[in-house]
Ligand binder design. Structure first.
Ligand SMILES: [Zn+2]
Length: 117
């Protein structure tokens, strides 16, 4: 598995969770017209979606090599279920994101700037 595939899998999981929260919120909102207590479920779904999105952006997308935060870059660019296809290197450490994940394979791109140098 490459870093790109790793991020794409995470993005699919996050968006699937958000979609499930949205669908449940809409369904419970319709039901809450008849049964007012169900509105708490609607509220819980909306709050859950906000927390899931926040945690995904802040903690969910980290470079496996340098732990650089890819949150906004991964979530708000590219396709619905994939990161931008023209992203080839980590902007923080320069590792090629199409390399297979592994300890030895996470070498930086030549000429990249690393924070520890
Ligand atoms: Zn990195």
């Amino acid at each position: 598995m490459t870093i790109r595939e790793h991020f794409n899998t995470r993005k699919k999981r996050v968006l699937t969770a958000l979609l499930a929260c949205a669908l449940l919120a809409v369904a419970s909102a319709f039901v809450s017209v008849r049964y007012e207590a169900v509105f708490l479920l609607t509220l819980a779904c909306v709050l859950t979606a906000i927390v899931v999105m926040y945690l995904a952006v802040i903690l969910g997308f980290r470079c496996p090599r340098c732990r650089g935060q890819w949150g906004y870059l991964a979530m708000y660019s590219g396709g619905v279920f994939s990161i931008r296809k023209d992203l080839r290197f980590c902007p923080y450490c320069g590792v090629e994101i199409d390399q297979a994940l592994g300890v030895d394979s996470l070498q930086p791109h030549p000429g990249s700037m690393r924070p520890d140098e």
